[in-house]
Ligand binder design. Structure first.
Ligand code: SF4
Ligand code: SF4
Length: 198
């Protein structure tokens, strides 16, 4: 299962309601790992004894930054705003499996959804607009993993309901909005296999 968020769209029409899922696909460009203050992403999702080197690195960095903050707040601000995350290695996260929840959630956060630095999010918003254009619908976001504080597990992808004609029309709109081959494959995965009878 891909770790991501997706939008469940429910459309109303004279012939009956139908629905689709629009998943977000991170293209792993690494841009968000260069954004302001990687320390605010949260705790590493592993116990120190399981990943001692990662925790040691994080502890040393926190101590260093703590001293920097005490000595020169402006220098600290400049460092955290302009220094990539220390776990970023050639555009990839070197601790991907245990990355903090803030990193897993991104860009589906209040701050993240406003960013101009995530090319996949820009495309996602264009696709969302293309699917909604001229239609009445409700929108609900879900994650494919249980989010912090969530009572409900979102691990099962929401089922969808559409006709072949709806689907082909949506694919055409998504292509016009710039969907990539990988995004299209994920879109199919999030819809076709979860389709209920119409
Ligand atoms: S922990 Fe990984 S995903 Fe999070 S900012 Fe650092 S490199 Fe990026
Ligand atoms: S900026 Fe967006 S596409 Fe790039 S790594 Fe971050 S979430 Fe993925």
């Amino acid at each position: 299962m891909v770790d991501t968020f997706y939008l469940h769209l429910k459309f109303t029409s004279k012939t009956g309601g139908w629905s689709l899922n629009l998943p977000f696909l991170c293209t792993k460009c690494g841009n968000c790992c260069r954004l302001e203050d990687f320390l605010s992403a949260g705790e590493i999702n592993a116990k120190p004894r399981e990943h001692p080197q990662v925790h040691a690195k994080m502890k040393a960095l926190s101590e260093e930054l703590g001293k920097m903050f005490e000595a020169d707040e402006a220098k600290y601000d400049n460092y955290t705003m302009h220094t990539p995350c220390p776990f970023l290695a050639d555009k990839s996260c070197s601790i991907y499996e245990i990355r903090p929840d803030g990193c897993r959630l991104f860009p589906k956060t209040a701050f993240g959804m406003q960013t101009q630095d995530c090319p996949a999010l820009t495309r996602f918003k264009q696709m969302r607009a293309a699917l909604k254009k001229g239609r009445i619908c409700t929108e609900t976001y879900y994650f494919t993993w249980k989010t912090l504080g969530s009572a409900e597990s979102d691990e099962t992808i929401k089922s969808t309901k559409f006709t072949e004609k709806h689907y082909q029309t949506c694919i055409t709109k998504l292509r016009q909005a710039g969907i990539t081959d990988d995004e299209l494959a994920l879109f199919n995965y999030f819809n076709v296999q979860n389709k209920s009878c119409f």
